[in-house]
Design a binder for this molecule. Structure first.
Ligand code: ME8
Length: 511
């Protein structure tokens, strides 16, 4: 991995049904980090895709009366469409049914055989098809005559079959050492503690193959078995870089991954199994796992059976991609669960996007168009009010890179929207419209400083609302590809003389 490179991934989605808001949420978080890093001069590789093997998908295909690959071909397209609808900037979309992935999984399997970490035995225990997860006896309860997992609430079934096992128990202490040495491997901290406590409680060997169904990658030299879907799926992060060809430029430049963005329900797989597989295979583990909370609807986790799912594609079609992106990033507190509703979405669009940032841009651009022929030149004089706004804005900006690098997206957004609020207030207090006939220089200075703040805010909001922010940057004649984030130290973005283009309404208010 080169120093200024950044490899970021989303979980690859089960194409077992239509995409939902949880999928959108995970993807947008990763996209925001990817875009920010690109703006900050990193070379970024951003990966997403679909997780197409295993019993869950085989059953979904049977239900749809299709053979699994035809089913996957169909549904993976729906997910590719989601990436477009959400305006994701992914550099690749991997499907685990692709040849490049198969090759990579087989290689990883062979490495684990060679290191002596895999042995053949028999699995007897609980399995959840919907989570594709094995559960211990103490993680199961009975509810309404059904056995369910206390962790996820999903139904489990009893499985008894020949299976290959990965010697996870042998990695318990090495994992604990690894977490200790890499303090920020799991963020947020509460999740790190959860994982460490689970590992300290003792790890059992993990069943890594199944024999009772066929939809998966076959174990080399033992056709009866297919490789456990999580060992298969996690490897996507390597196969997209053309592993096992470790001389490949992508692999050389981007492994180990900088950041896996995941939901808390799949933390165990990423924070325990994945580094254990990699350490055993003598491959460097990723640098960080960021675990986000769940999206709730009302107070409940969204689920189809409860009928409380908001469809991200419908929301984008009705309200717009930037609107959904902003709402999810601002309102859902990262790391914890968050409730979403249409009412909150509309309030958020009105208060932050239409009334605050949108209004700021509109009033400044239309004033300059109507009174200054779209041209502004500033003088060297600065009033106390100018200085106050500059100081406050600089202060709010000071910690932003840090917030982003620590995945504190909520703080990041709050600070930027606060700059917008303060700039609106500054314009209200300074009343440039009263100065046209009395003090044109002062009026120009006020407008110039307002435009400077708009440039700042738009560049900083670009990772979150790229479409709208690009419109504003275009009207300011700023090329995103030619700017970076060096202005975070307080330096000016605009020259002394600024010429702008007309700007249309950015966000319609929802009544
Ligand atoms: O887990 N709120 O796929 P997936 C927030 N294929 N996030 C949610 C959510 C909700 N209500 N529901 C799901 C898988 N997610 C595996 C990943 S990676 C090698 C394999 C998140 O389609 C979930 O936490 O079930 C995960 O991060 C992502 O959506 C994909 O879930």
């Amino acid at each position: 991995m080169k120093q200024d490179n950044f490899y970021i991934t989303t979980p690859i989605y089960y194409p077992s049904g239509q995409p939902h808001m949880g999928h959108a949420y995970s993807s947008i978080i990763a996209d925001v980090f990817a875009r920010f890093k690109r703006q900050d001069n990193y070379k970024v590789f951003f990966l997403t895709g679909t997780d197409e093997h295993g019993l869950k998908i085989q059953k979904s295909a049977e239900k749809a009366k299709l053979n699994p690959i035809d089913y996957c071909d169909q549904i993976s397209k729906v997910f590719i469409n989601l990436t477009k609808k959400l305006n994701l900037s992914n550099d690749d979309f991997i499907r685990t049914t692709e040849k490049r992935h198969n090759k990579s999984v087989i290689d990883l399997w062979n490495r684990l055989i060679k290191s002596g970490d895999i042995y053949l035995s028999k699995y007897k225990g609980w399995y959840s098809v919907s989570d594709e997860a094995y559960y211990n006896e103490d993680e199961i309860i009975e509810k309404d005559g059904k056995k369910i997992s206390t962790f996820s609430g999903s139904t489990v079934e009893w499985v008894e079959e020949e299976s290959f096992f990965f010697k996870l128990s042998a990695w318990q202490n090495k994992l604990l050492e690894f977490y200790k040495k890499n303090e920020k491997f799991i963020v947020p901290y509460s999740k790190r503690n959860e994982v460490i406590n689970f590992v300290k409680g003792g790890l059992k060997d993990l069943s890594v193959s199944r024999t009772s169904f066929s939809w998966g990658i076959r174990v080399p030299d033992n056709n009866k078995h297919v490789i456990y879907v999580w060992l298969d799926a996690l490897t996507n992060y390597l196969s997209a870089l053309n592993f096992p060809n470790i001389k490949d430029k992508l692999y050389e430049n981007f492994w180990p991954a900088s950041l896996h963005v995941i939901g808390k329900d799949i933390l165990r797989f990423h924070a325990i199994y994945w580094p254990a597989f990699l350490l055993a295979a003598k491959i460097e583990p990723p640098q960080r796992i960021f675990s986000h909370g769940w999206i709730l609807s009302g107070d409940e986790k969204m689920s189809k059976s409860k009928g409380n799912i908001l469809n991200p594609i419908e929301i984008v079609d009705t309200y717009g991609a930037d609107q959904l992106r902003y709402y999810l990033m601002k309102e859902v507190s990262h790391g914890s669960d968050g409730s979403i509703s249409l009412k909150n979405l509309e309030n958020c669009i009105n208060s932050d996007l239409a009334n605050n940032y949108g209004n700021l841009c509109q009033r400044v651009f239309s004033f300059i168009k109507n009174n200054c022929n779209n041209k502004i030149v500033k003088t060297e004089e600065t009033s106390n009010a100018d200085k106050k706004l500059i100081d406050e804005s600089n202060l709010l900006m000071k910690n932003l890179r840090n917030e982003m690098n620590n995945q504190n997206l909520n703080n990041y957004i709050k600070s930027i929207i606060n700059i917008s609020f303060l700039t609106n207030k500054y314009i209200n207090d300074e009343e440039p419209w009263k100065l046209k006939k009395i003090n044109i220089n002062k009026m120009n200075n006020i407008l110039h400083l307002s435009l400077e703040q708009i440039a700042r805010i738009s560049l900083l909001l670009n990772p979150i609302i790229p479409e709208t922010s690009n419109k504003v940057l275009l009207a300011l004649n700023i090329k995103l590809s030619q700017t970076n984030l060096s202005f975070l130290d307080g330096s000016e973005i605009l020259g002394k003389k600024v010429e702008i283009k007309n700007l249309d309404i950015l966000f319609k208010k929802i009544n």
